[in-house]
Design a protein around this ligand. Structure first.
Ligand SMILES: Nc1ncnc2c1ncn2[C@@H]1O[C@H](COP(=O)(O)OP(=O)(O)OP(=O)(O)O)[C@@H](O)[C@H]1O
Ligand SMILES: [Mg+2]
Length: 359
């Protein structure tokens, strides 16, 4: 319990017939960069608004620092929110936009100025105070919105797709800046995104949501390497799925009859002989070879894409409904970049590359 700085305790939110958030249970640590990741409409904004106090749960409780805040209004919570469509006042200058959040505190002028200047430095816009907000670039405006939230020194910053409106390059630069800023100020960040790469690169931990439900909460590497269900595996990166039947179980290892792929040996427990399983393998874990090697599977390249540092291939294996997706690194004199289509190749992967999931 002491680990949970923000505790979302079995929270459900219904809007009429729509269950926007469905029994979500989350424990967010103090100082953590925590992301809510999921497709459009899965309930991310609704959950964030409940943490902020703009919406109230139909069921369940929210605790911040061991205090129940479920029915407490936003201005009395230790949190501040940066909204999905960034809203700053275009007619005010940068200084007044940032100072806006402090007006109610009735600080002495000198302290107000000092705090705004400090926030400006944090977002690397020192010297921009007198600039009108409508004379800023999209990225600069986004940073002003952030500063306006930061200047109140919240313990929790809730960010709803704050980089969504930015172009790719600016977005990547802001991702690094935001992460750096979070480390420096030590505030707990709850960050909403539907961009999996953004979540993977920035977060300490991620909750993957779908249809209002939290499917898995884990560190980026674990989510990618050990997804706990098909939906998570599918949503994070690219994944090949094969079906099979467990044909033998021994000491944490199982044999799987995988039809066209033959018999596969995998590391997994909690599967009984005869169980139907889903075998998930990432494209980059599959080796592609022109020579047949032991226990490899033959296939034919049906499509290829050269992407500079890597290449992607679709390989048709007789008996499988979908082509197998393979990604290779174009290093050294490796010839796979020259493969274009029609060639017969052999696919293989190590046992530890497979994630075995129940069907
Ligand atoms: N005020 C509301 N009244 C009725 N339904 C709502 C309301 N707010 C959200 N919903 C519904 O709840 C579900 C979750 O919405 P939410 O805005 O939380 O999704 P999201 O994950 O933030 O999506 P996006 O990535 O598109 O912003 C959706 O089906 C949405 O239509
Ligand atoms: Mg949203």
């Amino acid at each position: 319990m002491s680990e949970a700085y923000i505790h979302i305790d079995r929270v459900t939110k219904r809007f009429g017939a729509v269950t926007a958030v469905d029994a979500a249970d989350l424990k967010i640590r103090r100082g953590e960069f925590f992301s809510l990741l999921g497709p459009s409409g899965c309930g991310k904004t609704t959950l964030l608004r409940m943490i902020a106090g703009f919406d109230f749960p139909t069921d369940g409780e929210i605790f911040i620092d061991n205090n129940a805040v479920t029915a407490i209004p936003p201005n009395r919570r230790p949190s501040n929110m940066v909204f999905q469509s960034y809203a700053i006042f275009p007619h005010l200058n940068v200084f007044d936009n940032i100072a806006y959040g402090l007006r109610k505190l009735r600080l002495p002028r000198a302290e107000l100025t000092a705090r705004v200047e400090e926030a400006l430095a944090m977002i690397k816009l020192s010297g921009f105070g007198m600039r009108r907000a409508d004379e800023l670039s999209g990225g600069q405006r986004q940073r002003v919105a952030l500063a306006r939230a930061l200047v109140r020194r919240p313990k929790v910053l809730l960010l709803d797709e704050p980089l969504g409106a930015l172009d790719k390059r600016l977005r990547e630069a802001m991702q690094i800046e935001l992460r750096q800023l979070q480390k420096n100020v030590g505030i707990t960040f709850v960050f909403v995104t539907h961009d999996q790469e953004e979540a993977l690169s920035m977060s300490d931990r991620i909750a993957v949501m779908s249809n209002g439900k939290v499917l898995q909460v884990a560190e980026p590497r674990t989510l990618y390497e050990q997804p706990n269900c098909r939906e998570v595996a599918d949503f994070i990166g690219t994944m090949n799925f094969f079906e099979g039947t467990v044909s033998g179980v021994q000491n944490g290892r199982i044999a799987i009859d995988a039809g066209p792929l033959g018999t596969l040996q995998a590391t997994a427990d909690s599967f009984a002989s005869g169980a139907s399983v889903l075998i998930a393998v990432r494209p980059e874990k599959i080796s592609l070879s022109l020579a047949k090697i032991d226990s490899s599977v033959a296939g034919k390249i049906s499509a290829s894409a050269y992407l500079g540092e890597r290449s992607h291939f679709n390989v048709i294996v007789e008996g499988l409904q979908e082509p197998v997706s393979v990604a290779t690194q174009n290093v050294g004199r490796m010839g796979s970049a020259g493969l274009s289509g029609g060639e017969t190749v052999y696919l293989s992967w190590p046992a530890e590359a497979m994630v075995i999931l129940p069907i």
